[in-house]
Design a protein around this ligand. Structure first.
Ligand code: GLU
Length: 296
């Protein structure tokens, strides 16, 4: 496995020490067997990648359970395992995947620029993004929630933010939660945006912000690593279907990914990918692979 860092973040080391709760991933083999010399129609992305024998995957490096760089410098998480399953179907072993750190705001850009072959990074499928890239999947369905310090009993969910105008909410630039939360705020100044969720978690610890908002599964990873410092409040208030981002219009690659995901659900590789990563976080429930959306 090779790691490439798109953007360096100072807080990463602190995050890893505090939050490396999951065991799965790293340089381990994929949960699906690596195909032996699979054949693909000439000219397709699949044929190109299989021939090359390697693939570049954009993912997160600071999100426990989905994409986290561990103390050995390896990546672990459900997104990483999903990427390995796709690579394995192309005949590419886990050690031949090159990872590139891909914070929320640059996901479309790295696909458009051809810096990565795919993005697996807690990436909500939505219409605006689908104007620039193609989504395979969904492979998971998350929902937005709110995280606060355990001793905070004034913020109880999104509806309590308006009544607490001095409470600052943190989210990430270029994310859907940073947009969805706006209608619940007393003023735009109540929202602060960082580049990564681990920076929001640090700011919550430091008292610089009073709430963090993003997908429930990302927050659950931070809660689990916080030793009782953080808690989730309120119900999830959006739907966030996670897709695999690929080059706009590559329908054949999209359909191949959807078939690969369906086969992984059938074989148990999808379940194992979950159980060894995000599934280890307290309260996590085994998902069922959602029905694929049309490839466009
Ligand atoms: N799923 C949401 C999104 O794609 C939030 C998580 C993230 O920023 O990666 O924007």
């Amino acid at each position: 496995m090779k790691l490439r860092r798109k953007i360096l973040t100072a807080s990463l080391a602190a995050t890893i020490i505090g939050l490396s709760a999951c065991g799965g991933g790293g340089d381990d083999e994929a949960t699906a067997p690596v195909e032996d010399s699979p054949e693909f129609e000439a000219g397709t992305t699949m044929a190109e990648l299989a021939e090359q024998g390697s693939i570049v995957v954009g993912t997160k490096y600071d999100q426990p359970g989905f994409g986290l760089e561990n103390l050995e410098g390896e990546l672990e998480g459900f997104d990483v395992e999903i990427a390995k399953i796709i690579a394995a179907a192309l005949g590419i072993a886990a050690e031949d995947i090159e990872y590139m750190e891909t914070p929320s705001a640059v996901r479309e850009e790295v696909i458009e620029d051809g810096d990565v072959d795919l993005v697996a990074a807690t990436y909500t499928i939505n219409e605006e993004r689908a104007l620039r890239i193609t989504f395979a999947g969904p492979y998971y369905q998350a929902g937005q929630q709110i995280m606060v310090l355990t001793d905070n009993d004034t913020i109880t969910g999104p509806d309590s933010l308006m009544e607490n105008p001095d409470a600052i909410v943190c989210s990430v630039t270029g994310s859907t939660p940073s947009q969805n939360i706006q209608e619940y705020l007393a003023s735009p100044e109540q929202l602060v945006l960082f580049e990564e969720y681990s920076l929001c978690a640090d700011a919550l610890t430091n008292g610089q912000v009073q709430a963090v908002t993003t997908d429930n599964v990302i927050l659950a990873g931070f809660v689990s690593g916080s030793d009782g410092e953080f808690k989730l409040v309120g119900e999830q208030f959006t739907e966030e279907p996670y897709g695999i981002g690929i080059e706009k219009g590559d329908v054949a690659f999209c359909e191949f990914i959807n078939e690969t995901l369906a086969a992984a659900a059938e074989s148990g590789a999808y379940e194992e990918a979950w159980e060894t990563t995000a599934g280890m976080i307290e309260g996590a429930e085994l998902p069922e692979l959602p029905e694929p959306a049309p490839c466009a």
